[in-house]
Design a binder for this molecule. Structure first.
Ligand SMILES: [Zn+2]
Length: 290
């Protein structure tokens, strides 16, 4: 059965293509963000997913690939599905999804058969990104351009037609390529805060920046990790790892590199926020609920 997922926009969705234009809906922009969350979920569940931008990407020398490449493709191995975006009457959406409160449906059209485990993992990927994070571009991938303070990619999860858990998840995740994972986003080390927002002045100390946004001379490890790095001639850019959205009552999320750093970051965020009516959840808690 074809898989489909229904969402509602709460902010504009950014799906700009490689040329960074926003003239139409680019399915590839959505797929890029889905892959990123899928990788984090696969790692969180104990499977392997390469970073497709790293030297260590698949296929390896033996031609093997990881669970994420198995579904999303890599050199010599095509993506298993095509994504089609329609409204709730099955009419294809071509214009960018800018208006809030627009319901839309993601259809996974299989080009090759998807395993039941892949269908469940994809469904959960989108549910987690929608419920706790953000989807589309301008959130995780590259330094932000465009209107300062504009939120993108906050959506509401409305449901999926295939939500039943496949019974072969663990076996499925142990297939494929095994590779070191320490520095890659792993859902276990994510943190999610709902009902709060970090202004730039509160965000800066968490990122190891002073009030003018310049790097502190000796930031702590966790600050350096969250800060990321601007690209230069010799080094590629590394995304920051802490995100804050004003929309829908406020949402903060990000990730650390292990449990200890994650819990430190949560404490520091709570210090910045003070008392308030917000809730926090770790990626580990999200994984336990699956
Ligand atoms: Zn891979």
């Amino acid at each position: 059965m074809g898989m489909n997922i229904t969402l509602r926009t709460l902010t504009p969705l950014w799906t700009g293509g490689i040329d960074q234009t926003h003239d139409r809906l680019h399915e590839t922009g959505l797929i890029g963000s889905l892959r990123w969350w899928y990788e984090a979920l696969v790692r969180g569940l104990g499977g392997y997913a390469c970073d497709p931008t790293s030297e260590d990407r698949c296929p390896d020398k033996a031609g093997k690939h990881c669970a994420a490449c198995e579904l999303f493709g890599c050199t010599g191995w095509a993506r298993k599905f095509r994504l089609q975006v329609t409204d709730t009457y099955d009419k294809i959406i071509q214009d960018p999804l800018i208006a809030p409160n627009t319901e839309f449906v993601l259809h996974f059209i299989e080009l090759r058969q998807m395993d039941d485990a892949e269908k469940w993992l994809s469904t959960q990927t989108i549910r987690i990104a929608a419920t706790y994070g953000a989807v589309g571009g301008k959130t995780t991938l590259k330094p932000q351009k465009g209107v300062v303070g504009q939120d993108y990619g906050i959506v509401q999860w409305l449901g999926a037609n295939l939500a039943k858990k496949a019974d072969n998840i663990e076996i499925f995740l142990k297939q494929g390529r095994d590779l070191p994972q320490e520095e890659f986003p792993n859902l276990k080390w994510f943190f999610f805060i709902h009902g709060a927002f970090l202004s730039r002045l509160r965000m800066n100390p968490l990122l190891g920046l002073d009030n003018s946004g310049d790097p502190l001379s000796s930031p702590e490890d966790w600050q350096k990790f969250l800060q990321g790095r601007r690209g230069s001639k010799t080094k590629s850019a590394v995304s920051k790892k802490l995100f804050s959205f004003r929309s829908n009552g406020g949402r903060i999320w990000g990730y650390a590199k292990d449990a200890q750093m994650r819990d430190t970051v949560i404490e520091r965020i709570k210090q910045q926020l003070g008392n308030g009516n917000y809730t926090k959840k770790t990626g580990e808690e999200v994984l336990h609920e699956l």
